[in-house]
Design a protein around this ligand. Structure first.
Ligand code: PLP
Length: 396
């Protein structure tokens, strides 16, 4: 028994003891407003990022089939050698068109996109400034960008950002990075103030809108549409990152979208591009179809917004403390981690799949149930879910 084995066994035992050990649940049906969990049966799904219900849309599935038939399983190469198919160009043009940027570049995940972008955007002596609640992929990307001076500002605190920028006044380049929608709070970045502050300090604003794209704005373009701002130019966001694994088809993949020079530079320099294979064509074709459907059927976005309102109002009238926001993430603050986990287990028994998040994912004492809405939820799904929440309230 090596020291490492010993340590792993101890760490795992600790997780079991704390009640924070995660067991995987296996779905035996496609992702949808309901799904079947192996050993548990059918449940209503209120914890996926399938915001527009496109993960199992027949056209999205068919586009994947066609991609597989046309291009085979994959590139067997990185992009710059012989690993770029026509479907990559088509998808990247569509992403840029949808967001309103000059160009876009896909990665196998948004995790990779954030690493590829942030590590290459900053050079020695530059500044990289990040919101404290940013996604783990941004935090890790920042750790890789160790050539830069890095700092963190309190969540959405524009005054702190202002002083962080003043502190790096002489840095040749300054990059500010934020989530568009924060996944644990469900709140939105203060985009107009962020843009104004960045302009004042000649800083570049990067927004990872993974939970906002397909969700915010009347046509689902994301946080900039929500605020009536353009996808590029002096009054807009400088660079977007995002995922194809949430509203945009739900398979996998991510992208950077922004000025043509930024994209061109990433093709030349970013390591996940240079040393790792491209998106499989099945995924590229499915994501392209998902975007086509969103542009063709903006009523899906309207339905999502309607479902969010119905669920929020319903939960509030049952006496739940739901944080306010226009996103599709509805956190209910419970308090202790053990309570949040107990309640989510009880909800699952009642046929509603909602996850409880506690420490260390969120601060101690703010453990929560996180409900995520989809355009695919019908009125009946919402009624059944609210009935389960009503029963839960009674029991407490
Ligand atoms: C989900 C998410 C990611 C990760 O996306 P993948 O494509 O699955 O790697 C990155 N950033 C944010 C803000 C996210 O919410």
């Amino acid at each position: 028994m090596s020291a490492l084995d010993d340590r792993l066994r101890h760490s795992l035992a600790q997780l079991h003891e704390n009640g924070t050990y995660k067991s995987l649940r296996y779905l035996t049906t496609p992702m949808g407003p309901d799904a079947t969990i192996d050993g548990l049966g059918e449940v209503l799904v209120f914890c996926s990022n399938n915001y527009l219900g496109l993960a199992n849309h027949p056209e999205v599935v068919e586009a994947g089939h066609q991609g597989l038939k046309k291009y085979g399983a994959g590139t067997a190469s990185v992009r710059f050698i012989c690993g770029t198919f026509e479907c990559h160009r088509i998808l990247e043009e569509r992403i840029a068109n949808f967001l309103g940027t000059e160009a876009a570049l896909t990665y196998v995940s948004c995790w990779n996109a954030n690493e590829g972008l942030l590590t290459n955007l900053v050079e020695s002596g530059d500044a990289l400034i990040s919101d404290e609640l940013n996604h783990a992929s941004i935090i890790d990307a920042g750790r890789l960008a160790r050539q830069a001076t890095r700092s963190v500002f309190a969540h959405s605190d524009i005054n702190e950002l202002e002083s962080a920028l003043s502190n790096v006044n002489s840095a040749p380049a300054k990059v500010v990075v934020t989530d568009g929608v924060f996944s644990m709070e469900g709140d939105i970045a203060k985009l107009p103030e962020l843009i104004a502050t960045c302009r004042r300090h000649d800083a570049t604003l990067v927004v990872d809108d993974s939970h906002g794209t397909g969700v915010l704005g009347t046509s689902g373009r994301g946080i900039h549409e929500h605020f009536g701002l353009p996808g590029h130019g002096p009054t807009g966001i400088d660079i977007f990152t995002g995922t194809l694994g949430k509203a945009l088809g739900g398979a996998a993949g991510g992208y950077v979208a922004g000025p043509r020079d930024v994209i061109d530079y990433l093709v030349q320099r970013s390591r996940p591009q240079l040393f790792s294979n491209a998106l499989p064509p099945t995924v590229a074709c499915s994501a392209n179809k998902a975007l086509e459907i969103i542009q063709r059927e903006p009523e899906r976005v309207a339905q999502l917004h309607q479902n969010v309102r119905t669920m929020r109002d319903g939960l509030k009238s049952l006496g739940y403390d739901v944080l306010d926001s226009p996103t599709a993430i509805l956190p209910i603050i419970i308090g202790s981690t053990a309570d949040a986990i107990r309640l989510s287990n009880r909800l699952l028994e009642l046929g509603v799949f909602v996850i409880g998040f506690g420490f260390p994912v969120v601060p101690e004492g703010t453990a929560r149930l996180r409900i995520q809405m989809s355009a695919a939820h019908t009125d009946q799904h919402l009624e059944r879910a609210l009935a389960a929440f009503a029963k839960l309230k009674e029991e407490c």
